[in-house]
Design a protein around this ligand. Structure first.
Ligand code: NAI
Length: 303
């Protein structure tokens, strides 16, 4: 074990992976580590939520068995390796801890300070933050060299890309170990630096913003812009339907964060029309109305 950690090789399958924060992303990441063969321990600060996550992941594995994508023996084996930890102290033997809690710098810093008291010095610590600085989260750590960003995309079990983010203090061994581990989990890791939005969220910002501005300036309507990008641009979804799926509030929050982090650089300026959607709770599919209407009887406008 110590040899592998010294060389930056993937974390061995028999070593525990802990996931802290068992909401949307935490559950997905836990499922990935579990299917890869690790013992997985889940912790959430909300009482009972880690146990609920165990039940939700088990139900998802059951559906994979029904669909013939997982065999029953593999499901049994995986469920036997999955445990809820009501107390943070139960994560003491984790070789890797992936944090997927609320997107709040102070709360994340406090969690990692507590985790350092619990895990061994050779444990890798990772954050799934999408908009905060990895360097800043690691700021108060005793051993910041073992801290990385592991930015999964939603839904984590399905989407292959993982950005492996190196903070200013991250050492090469930790970055390589994180990269090799993600690769061994069947994902597609890419290394990137700790800059706002990393690679994907940064490049996506001007894409969304420019599409919204073309609409705001009256050059084309949302359905037409979506159709143009889908049918001629080769995108699976246009920017309007995609942000309705993500949630206008979630999408706008990431844009604001990247814009502010780049000292309000104009190319990341948030959209006024999107602001109006958020203010009026037209958040997309989840509220039944965003750029487009959803639900029974809803008619999508023609391009
Ligand atoms: P979520 O709201 O679904 O889940 C967060 C969970 O963390 C909740 O169960 C909450 O009880 C728990 N929690 C909050 N504070 C805690 C603490 N101090 N200790 C332990 N547990 C705590 O959030 P979601 O969407 O899963 O996001 C989690 C992280 O992943 C955030 O940093 C977010 O930016 C990032 N992310 C989210 C993506 C998404 O599409 N939702 C995509 C990629 C990254």
């Amino acid at each position: 074990m110590r040899d592998a950690s010294a060389k930056g090789e993937a974390i061995e399958r028999d070593r525990t992976v802990a996931v802290v924060g068992t909401g949307t992303m935490g559950q997905g990441i836990a499922q990935v580590a579990l299917v890869a063969g690790h013992p997985v321990r889940l912790h959430d600060s909300a009482p009972g939520r880690a146990a609920e996550a165990v039940a939700a992941i088990t139900a998802r594995l059951d559906r994979l068995v029904e669909k013939g994508r997982l065999d029953a023996a593999a499901r049994e084996d995986a469920v036997g390796r999955l445990h809820a930890a009501e107390d943070l102290a139960e994560l003491d033997d984790a070789a890797l801890v992936v944090e997927a809690i609320v997107e709040d710098l102070a709360v994340k810093q406090r969690l990692f300070a507590d985790l350092e008291e619990v895990v061994g010095d050779d444990a890798l610590l990772a954050t799934n933050t999408s908009s905060l600085s990895v360097t800043a989260i690691a700021g108060g750590l005793r051993l910041p060299g073992r801290f990385v960003g592991l930015h999964f995309f939603n839904p984590a079990p399905l989407l292959p890309l993982v950005e492996v983010v190196r903070g200013f203090a991250t050492d090469e061994t930790a970055a390589t170990r994180a990269y090799e581990t993600v690769l061994a989990w069947g994902k597609t890791p890419v290394r990137c630096a700790d800059t706002p939005g990393f690679i994907v969220n940064r490049i996506a910002r001007p894409f969304y913003a420019e599409a919204f501005r073309v609409y705001e300036e009256g050059h084309a309507d949302p359905a037409t812009i979506d159709a143009a990008l889908r049918e001629s641009g080769g995108f699976r979804m246009g920017p309007f339907e995609l942000t309705d799926l993500i949630g206008q509030d979630v999408n706008e929050a990431v844009t604001r964060s990247v814009w502010e982090s780049f000292f309000q650089d104009q190319k990341f300026t948030p959209s006024l029309a999107q602001r109006r959607l958020v203010e009026s709770r037209r958040l997309g599919r989840k509220t039944g109305h965003g750029w487009f209407p959803y639900g029974e009887g809803a008619e999508r406008p023609e391009p």
